[in-house]
Design a protein around this ligand. Structure first.
Ligand SMILES: C[C@H](O)[C@H](O)[C@H]1CNC2=NC(N)=NC(=O)C2=N1
Length: 96
């Protein structure tokens, strides 16, 4: 399914209002590194976001090491960033 990619202005506008996030080196994703109090807090956060992501039908690429969670958001169906990545990033921010 083809989904519209963000314009550079749209991507920049998101990054301007979401200081935790950065553009990936390949330009195809937004990334963030989150640190929690401990593993239970990190895993609990991932569990909450997993349910949100499933509801949105938009899924993060992510990994966890103890209290850290690394997240990369990109839209496979767009070959890069789309509004879905901003929507999921906003949901992640709201859950922090
Ligand atoms: C069929 C299903 O809607 C698609 O495969 C969805 C599922 N989750 C997804 N997640 C992400 N990150 N990108 C996608 O393009 C995507 N597509």
């Amino acid at each position: 399914m083809a989904i519209a990619r963000l314009t550079e202005d749209e991507a920049a506008a998101f990054l301007a209002r979401a200081p935790r996030w950065r553009r990936s080196a390949d330009g195809l994703a937004f990334e963030v590194e989150l640190k929690f109090a401990d593993f239970a807090a990190a895993w609990g956060f991932m569990t909450r976001i997993a349910l949100v992501a499933e509801r949105m039908d938009h899924h993060p690429e992510w990994s966890n090491v103890y209290n850290r969670v690394s997240i990369r958001l990109t839209t496979h169906d767009a070959g890069g960033l789309s509004a879905r990545d901003i929507a999921l990033a906003d949901a992640i921010e709201a859950a922090l």
